[in-house]
Design a protein around this ligand. Structure first.
Ligand code: ADP
Ligand code: ASP
Ligand code: MG
Length: 408
């Protein structure tokens, strides 16, 4: 007998028909003698709809109220699923994050889970009740409702699995596992039977939304067994999904395990700034003080004591960052500040890179053959990222995917 935490994403509970399919899966799991705790997201599109309503009223500075608003999506789906389970003869109880005391810090809209109570959940399991927990939400230090950032139901599921020492945290979604690239953009992408958690963490942090990055960080830190599977495949024997392993390599470890992208990128260049100590901190100081995260940074070699300084930020921070750097230019001088929010970051990830040279060359060659210009590069031990123009995103992903032999 095992304990599974099963998380169902928005599409997987997007209609009464999909909820019925979830009930049948839980039913099969219980019939095999296992225990199940369920975590659900809001119904497909609901969180976006709520955010749009809030934004239409000017959500600026209203993060507490946005949490109040966004967290309602999950309240609907837990109630519906618990009702559906009852209708099928299963005892079930729905819980908001606060009711199982998923305690977080006070960072509204991007809160971190601190801990949770397991008492009610353990009692339910003992009594044969299926708990259904609202993902994505928690309760802050002052009893305030918080949310965990987009995709945060994955994080709830991993935290619940850890707190109850579940045998596996199963993330049911609308694809049947983790692929070598987003299968919606790269039709030749392949499903991976297994991927190391280190690679999964890189893929998630570099933009792949199949798992929220914090859920993978949490699973990595606490060694939570994690699997991604389809909520659409009815035959459980055919639905083995992708195991996120805590081993350092997997069988037949390839050089590159996956290719991913992020559209949430914008680039700012300070042209003709004087090349002297303190310039980088002059430029980035005010940006950091405004709470804006800087990702890639490139500074060119100076000619005539002048250089160009380029960095990337999230698109939502672009306008503010541009303004701040223009103010710096007014103080320190320099030619001009130019920005571009029509860029994307394309990355390849693989622990195989550690022991092999030439990965960057393969990537650069593939892009060059398609006439795609590389604007910025950054590397770490197991990844290479490049910035390219957004219009080349699909072509770039496909040609790099192909170049590493990842196509089916
Ligand atoms: P859910 O609502 O179930 O949480 P998400 O939309 O958050 O689902 O995540 C699933 C989506 O992630 C898939 O539909 C797919 O388009 C996208 N995705 C991005 N990269 C990958 C990848 N490498 N493997 C599988 N899916 C991916
Ligand atoms: N409903 C939330 C979102 O859309 C959380 C989640 O789906 O994981 O981001
Ligand atoms: Mg998701």
């Amino acid at each position: 007998m095992a304990l599974y935490v099963q998380k169902y994403g928005g599409t997987s509970v997007g209609s009464l028909e999909r909820i019925d399919s979830v009930v049948k899966r839980i039913d099969r799991c219980l019939a095999s003698g296992h225990h199940v705790i369920v975590v659900v997201s809001a119904m497909a599109g609901e969180t976006d709809r709520l955010i749009d309503l809030g934004l239409a009223l000017g959500a600026q500075g209203g993060e507490r109220e946005m949490d109040m608003l966004m967290s309602t999506g999950e309240q609907v789906s837990i109630a519906l699923l618990a009702l559906a389970l009852k209708a099928h003869g299963h005892a079930s109880r729905s819980y908001l994050g606060s009711q199982v005391a998923i305690r977080t810090d006070d960072a509204h809209t991007r809160a971190r889970i601190i801990d949770m109570d397991t008492k009610r959940l353990s009692a339910d399991l003992d009594d044969g009740v299926v708990p259904v927990i609202a993902g994505f939400q928690g309760v802050g230090p002052d009893g305030e409702i918080t949310t965990l950032g987009r995709g945060g139901s994955d994080t709830t599921a991993v935290a619940v699995a850890y707190a109850l020492s579940a045998d596996e945290c199963q993330i049911f979604t609308d694809v049947d596992g983790v692929y070598t690239a987003d299968p919606r953009i790269v039709p030749n992408a392949r499903r991976l039977d297994a991927i190391t958690i280190e690679e999964m963490q890189e893929l998630s942090s570099l933009g792949s939304k199949v798992l929220a990055v914090r859920s993978v960080e949490f699973a990595n830190k606490h060694r939570v067994p994690l699997r991604v599977l389809s909520s659409f495949v009815e035959d459980d024997n055919q639905n083995t999904g992708t195991l996120i392993t805590h081993e350092e390599t997997v069988m037949e470890q390839p050089l590159v395990s996956g290719v991913t992208y992020s559209k949430d990128e914008a680039k700012i260049t300070f042209v003709g700034v004087s090349d002297e100590p303190g310039v980088a901190s002059d430029i980035l100081g005010p940006v950091g003080d405004a709470g804006i995260e800087v990702d890639m940074i490139v500074q060119n070699t100076a000619l005539d004591g002048r250089t160009d300084f380029t960095f990337t930020v999230r698109r939502g921070d672009f306008a503010q960052a541009m303004q701040l750097v223009r103010e710096v230019r007014d103080q320190v001088g320099g030619r001009e500040v130019v920005g571009d929010d029509g860029i994307v970051k394309l990355s390849v990830v693989g622990v195989g890179m550690r022991s092999h040279a030439g990965v960057a060359t393969t990537m650069f060659k593939a892009l060059a053959q398609e006439g795609i210009n590389i604007q910025m590069v950054s590397t770490s031990e197991i990844k290479i990222s490049v910035v390219i123009a957004e219009r080349y995103l699909e072509l770039g992903l496909r040609c790099v995917h192909s170049a590493f032999g990842l196509d089916t």
